[in-house]
Design a protein around this ligand. Structure first.
Ligand code: SF4
Length: 311
């Protein structure tokens, strides 16, 4: 039988169902639906995700067949769906709407349908097209901000400047989407953590997203960041710097967002609703920083996480 949530075949079945290889942790219980394959940009210096995959738009009929297959196997009992791969809103708006309508017809109890998206795509799409997609039933966009620093965005070849991020997200919120933004802790290295934290807070304040989710940089072999690190042109920040960076980021935020550290790469599980939980979150980070200087075992644990992440 197929497991549509984890993208694995649990037993022999010759069903032709194409799974997105990546999904956010928050979509662990969602049905996974692949509308495009790979990333049309595929150049971010830290990202190994789709390097081996040629970008393709899947034919709508093929995607609809997958929805039908999932409908048969789940009995139509699905409440949340995640659409992959990295930038499916690049497809034609009418085609995306057809897919979404078929999805909602097949799964009448759907409450949430989400997708990864790039801000350049969102900024380029007319607001009317985004509204149509929202009305057809896509509810939330997962977007990689990474950093608010124009210099760092350029260095990591994100393919977007802060203004693109701000406008793309503002347009998406105007169209009615929930916006979930990802911040990459550590991408400024040891030397630029303050710039990264302050500029990122500034961009987030202009967007005021529904969710802010942090991940900690884990250099992956085959990526430019890994190569910079090996050559010595990039100094990977240690746990103390990452925690200080996270503290400066939270301190600089004036948003009404949910902040989540929902990823295994992070050193400290700092979560909360801003602004209500800001003081509690800062105090949790202060406690972690204090422990780092006093508790040798704790320091070794966090250093070990850093070491394991770099293998
Ligand atoms: S981070 Fe996103 S946009 Fe950048 S290469 Fe990876 S999948 Fe593509």
């Amino acid at each position: 039988m197929l497991n549509f949530r984890f993208g694995r075949r649990l037993a022999v079945a010759e069903e032709d169902y194409d799974f997105p290889p990546f999904r956010p942790p928050s979509e662990a219980d969602s049905l996974l639906l692949r509308v495009t394959r790979g990333c049309p940009w595929n150049r971010c210096a830290f990202c190994p995700m789709y390097k081996q995959i040629k970008f393709e738009r899947r034919p709508v009929e093929e995607v609809k067949r997958d929805i039908d297959t999932a409908g048969v196997y789940t009995g139509g009992n699905v409440e949340t769906v995640f659409i992959g791969d990295s930038d499916s809103l690049v497809i034609n708006t009418e085609e995306m709407c057809q897919i979404l309508v078929h999805l909602h017809d097949t799964f009448p109890s759907l409450t949430r349908v989400t997708s990864y998206a790039r801000t350049l795509t969102l900024r380029r799409k007319p607001i009317g097209s985004l509204e149509k997609i929202r009305q057809a039933g896509l509810t939330r966009l997962h977007i990689g901000l990474e950093t608010g620093s124009a210099r760092l965005l350029s260095r990591i070849e994100k393919g977007a400047v802060p203004d693109t991020m701000i406008r793309g997200c503002a347009k998406s919120r105007d169209a009615g989407f929930e916006v979930s933004l990802y911040v990459l802790l550590g991408i400024g290295g040891e030397s630029s953590w303050q710039e990264h934290a302050l500029k990122t807070a500034s961009v987030l304040n202009k967007i005021n997203p529904d969710f802010i989710r942090v991940r900690t940089l884990t250099p992956q072999p085959g990526t430019p960041v890994f190569q910079w690190w090996e050559e010595g042109s990039f100094a990977m920040p240690g746990p103390e710097t990452i925690l200080k960076e996270q503290r400066a980021l939270i301190e600089g935020l004036s948003v009404t967002s949910q902040y989540l550290s929902d990823h295994v790469s992070n050193y400290a599980p700092v979560d909360g609703n801003l602004p209500a939980d800001k003081a509690k979150m800062l105090s949790e980070i202060d406690t972690a920083i204090e422990r780092l200087s006093e508790d040798v075992a704790y320091k070794a644990d966090l250093e070990g996480m850093r070491y394991l992440r770099s293998l």
